[in-house]
Design a binder for this molecule. Structure first.
Ligand code: CUO
Length: 580
């Protein structure tokens, strides 16, 4: 495990060379001089021993015969990295496979040390993290959250100057957390800004980045072909949209409108105010009423027409109505009740598992690409992609939800072709749930108590070339008072019965305060919890505490289920002292 912990140190301070001491104990990687980058190789031992002498543990990195990585170096170190761009995806897949093929942890350390100072830092970090998560010998490693390694993707760019000043002038014990304001991207003049607290939430964005790390688009079958991967792409993003709609209702906004017309001006603007510290560029803004245009950027090796999006979309919708898809060998695959959604998820996302990538295209990923280059589609201004081009930042932009509402609607069209559940499939004979309520301390039943909470997180490991010691930011996020579900269940059977309890929450009324048609309301359900129970015979009251740090809207009902719950789980790793 100590070797595995050492591997994690290679994720820190992404721009500092490999030989600079890492971690709180000042661990040094003593690499073969051939591993040093061109800039430091001429200095050889002089530079490595300078650090080696004054620090803690020294890890002697063995020399291995490293596979060629010249193609991976095509992405320069000072460029940004996007999983949605086919070229970047391919490079990430290549590097992940190299890391996956290393026979031992020692070989992996060696390969990582060799690649780290050559490869683009974002690309290195992504592929190395994917490999650590998926290798048998490292899969239990507790990866540091991405916000700690690349804070520039999560916090206001003003923070960095202040943080450097703090690190330089204030001794470690006397440093105070730097507060990130809640409203730094717009004002109340912009209606959509009411949702900024949700869209720009640190935990929510970490959750989204982490999901895509666990479900990579490339890197070999053993990594990509996970059980029900396509279905989970649908379900996780559907839950995000449902959760977002809850929040919109709470803020007197209508449910999100899907971006279904690719020629219409996009009315929502977004000005992210994030700098990419590694890529030395800020994330460009999108003004109101811009339209998608042909993306023709030699630098990103991409040329794609808006009409391609339309064509792919038509092909997918036709497949849904025919209930079959074609694969590249000309065979027909039925979109069955059980497997159809998984196949469609792989097609729409689209991952390496899509049965026919030429015909069904790259709809979801390219939507991100078109939107993220809307300000400079032909690279005439030498600008890079906006926040929609990056899984770590995409959820900040209101258009993310419009795009994913469109994607979700495609899946719902498929769902609507499926037969109704029969009563016998929904019933559990002899089991009746006779009442459900939630209870918090000191408030009437069925009332949630929610509030804003400030938490601190140390971002120093993502700041290169600064003085050692923690640098905390203080940010504000939603929190709720703990509550329990009290569920009364009657089991008329003579013996105990096992079952799965699933708890969902849905808004009772729509945005016009009218009762829902179930057809529409079913899209609004968010999954709060899921667990196995053994139900004794007779009447039984289950008192189920909410999971730690479940999130609820500040204003009215709603909470997080399996997916949204992990927002805070991500964050808890960061701030055990203040997230109680
Ligand atoms: Cu998660 Cu579009 O896939 O963002």
């Amino acid at each position: 495990m100590s070797d595995v912990k050492n591997l994690l140190l290679l994720l820190e301070h992404p721009q500092e060379p490999v030989f600079v001491p890492k971690g709180s104990k000042g661990t040094v990687f003593d690499v073969p001089s051939e591993y040093l980058s061109d800039k430091y190789r001429p200095l050889g031992q002089a530079v490595t021993s300078r650090f080696g002498a004054s620090t803690g543990e020294v890890i002697r990195v063995k020399k291995i015969s490293t596979p060629p990585i010249d193609d991976i170096l095509e992405l320069k170190r000072d460029e940004n990295f996007s999983l949605f761009l086919p070229k970047h995806r391919q490079l990430a897949g290549r590097l992940t496979e190299i890391f996956m093929r290393m026979h031992t942890v020692d070989d992996l350390i060696s390969m990582a040390c060799y690649a780290r100072d050559r490869v683009n830092p974002y690309l290195f970090n992504y592929s190395f993290s994917v490999a650590l998560l998926h290798r048998e010998d490292t899969k239990h490693a507790d990866l540091p959250s991405f916000a700690r390694l690349f804070p520039d993707k999560y916090v206001d760019s003003k923070f960095f100057t202040k943080a450097r000043e703090e690190a330089k002038l204030v001794p470690v014990g006397s440093r105070v957390p730097l507060k990130i304001p809640m409203d730094f991207t717009a004002t109340e003049k912009e209606e959509e800004h009411r949702l900024a607290y949700f869209r720009e939430d640190l935990g929510a964005n970490l959750h989204h980045w982490h999901w895509h790390l666990v479900y990579p688009l490339s890197g070999g079958k053993q990594i990509v072909a996970k059980n029900r991967r396509g279905e989970l792409f649908y379900y996780m993003h559907q839950q995000l949209i449902a959760r977002y709609n809850f929040e919109r209702f709470c803020n007197k906004l209508n449910r999100v409108e899907r971006l279904k017309d690719f020629d219409e001006p996009i009315k929502e603007a977004y000005f992210p105010k994030l700098d990419s510290v590694v890529a030395s560029r800020s994330y460009p803004a999108r003004v109101a009423n811009m339209k998608l245009q042909t993306v023709d950027r030699v630098v990103d090796q991409i040329r794609q027409d808006v009409n391609d999006l339309k064509m792919w979309s038509n092909n997918i919708i036709n497949a849904i109505h025919n209930r079959t898809v074609n694969n590249e060998n000309g065979q027909t695959i039925e979109l069955t009740e059980n497997q159809g959604i998984d196949i469609l998820g792989n097609i729409v996302e689209s991952s390496e598992l899509s049965p026919h990538r030429t015909y069904y295209g790259d709809l979801h990923n390219m939507g991100h690409v078109f939107i993220s280059f809307i300000h400079d589609p032909d690279h005439r201004h030498l600008e890079n992609f906006g926040v929609m081009g990056d899984v770590a930042t995409a959820m900040r932009d209101p258009v993310f939800y419009r795009w994913h509402a469109y994607i979700d609607d495609i899946f719902q069209q498929h769902k609507n072709t499926l037969p109704r559940y029969s009563e016998s499939r929904l019933n559990y004979p002899g089991i009746t749930v006779s009442s459900v309520e939630v209870q918090s301390k000191g408030v009437p039943s069925n009332m949630f108590n929610t509030f804003w909470q400030e938490s601190d997180v140390d971002l120093s490991r993502g700041m290169d070339f600064t003085e050692p010691g923690p640098i905390f930011v203080r940010f504000t996020h939603l929190q709720h008072q703990p509550f329990t579900y009290n569920i009364i269940v009657e089991n008329d059977n003579p013996a105990p019965k096992m079952g799965t309890c699933r708890i969902f929450l849905a808004p009772k009324f729509d945005e016009r305060r009218r009762e829902w048609l179930f057809r529409d309301q079913k899209l609004m359900f968010i999954e709060l919890d899921k667990f196995t129970v053994t139900q004794p015979s007779g009447i039984w009251t289950a008192t189920v505490p909410t999971k730690d740090n479940l999130w609820i809207s500040s204003i009215s009902v709603d909470a997080d289920g399996q997916n949204t719950y992990s927002f805070l789980k991500e964050l808890r790793k960061e701030c055990p002292a203040t997230c109680s």
